[in-house]
Design a protein around this ligand. Structure first.
Ligand code: F6P
Length: 359
């Protein structure tokens, strides 16, 4: 007999349901008795005791369904130790819900912030398994997060669509890709979509170099240029600022421009007189069904989580490293960000074939 709680927290992604299905099927197939409690809207449900008892049936037919059957919300880690507006101690409340339900383990699906709270609950003595969800692929300790490849597909499709219209009009286009503070999604979708210039936060750009790359293409007789720009892209000047000054600068920019791509477009337009068009696929990148790669990854991750629960081996994130499932101690990975290394072979390969990173 096992009694597990499950929650999905932070921004959603395509393969959350597929992963939960893997956990529950992996347990139900190997236990006489199983109780599953699903908490509503992430940590909120755990704090305020909003949950539903679920059965195996709830996890059938959801392999291909995007979003999350549990709902999600953002509950910032830095506010977890701050009492709510009614003075409720959130950490204590989460522990009370866990003990009241006599859970054997809490399975938490989420990104970096979610993982930090998962680790905090582990430190408080709860049995925790964290499963790495995010389209950003920025979780340290796993080569891949579920949701990433599905988002790569969508962002790539957006760049593909822009190609035909860019070519007809002979224009410069920017496609802005999500990814928060890292460039994984932009790097992969940019290469897959055949972008000519890729700008990511880990390689601050020089506007003059970006313009040089556009002009070079024009000289070669190319009618159009496509830039894949990460939502977190920063310039070389911005990279020199202190963390505090950069935050202030980006806040000021957010008042002037809808997003970073519009700022970059304006800089290029001013310097060259070229007309630039910006496309922002935004949250479409998190929507719809998981791609086949993610369905397999989620099934493996969910099933491996079930294995750990059956063995009563808690306190880990389940990741994939060199193609193999790996349990990574939460104490080791929580709070670390996985960024793209500017020396990454994928970057080298892209540069070799003439893709500019604006550096
Ligand atoms: O972390 C996933 C993500 O989609 C990021 O790529 C993006 O910066 C952020 O979430 C958007 O958050 P929200 O859905 O809260 O606007």
């Amino acid at each position: 007999m096992k009694r597990i709680g499950m929650l999905t927290s932070g921004g959603d992604c395509q393969a959350l349901n597929a992963t939960m299905r893997g956990v529950v099927k992996g347990l139900a197939n190997n236990l006489e008795e199983l109780e599953v409690y699903g908490f509503d809207d992430g940590y909120k449900g755990l704090i305020y005791g909003n949950y539903r008892m679920l059965t195996s049936k709830d996890f059938s037919g959801i392999l291909t369904r995007g979003g999350t059957i549990l709902g999600s919300s953002r509950q910032p880690f830095k506010l977890m130790r701050v009492p709510d507006e009614k003075g409720l101690d959130k950490v204590e409340a989460m522990k009370q819900t866990y003990y009241k339900l006599r859970l054997d383990c809490l399975v938490i699906l989420g990104g970096n912030g979610t993982q930090k709270t998962a680790n905090l609950l582990r430190e408080e003595g709860l049995n925790i398994i964290h499963l790495p969800k995010t389209i950003d692929n920025d979780i340290w300790g796993t080569d891949m997060t579920f949701g990433f490849q599905s988002a790569v597909d969508i962002a790539t499709a957006a760049i593909d669509q822009i190609h035909t219209t860019a070519s007809s009009h002979g224009r410069v286009f920017i496609v802005e890709v999500m990814g928060h503070k890292v460039g994984w999604l932009t790097l992969h979708a940019g290469i897959a979509g055949g972008a000519d210039i890729i700008l990511i936060p880990e390689i601050p750009y020089d506007t003059n170099k970006v313009i040089e790359a556009i002009n070079k293409r024009a000289k070669e007789g190319k009618r159009f240029t496509i830039l894949a720009v990460a939502e977190g892209a920063i310039s070389k000047e911005e990279a020199k600022l202190s963390k505090k000054d950069l935050k202030k600068k980006l806040e000021d920019d957010a008042k002037k421009y809808p997003s970073v791509s519009y700022k970059i477009a304006q800089k290029i337009e001013k310097a060259t007189g070229l007309e630039i068009r910006v496309t922002v696929p935004g949250h479409t990148q998190r929507g719809g069904s998981p791609c086949p790669y993610d369905r397999v990854l989620s099934t493996r991750i969910g099933s491996h989580a079930a294995k750990l629960i059956l063995e009563e081996d808690y306190g880990y994130m389940v990741g994939i490293v060199n193609g193999k499932m790996k349990k990574v101690p939460l104490a080791e990975c929580a709070g670390k960000l996985k960024e793209v290394s500017p020396k990454d072979q994928t970057i080298e390969a892209a540069k070799r074939i003439g893709i500019s990173f604006g550096d």
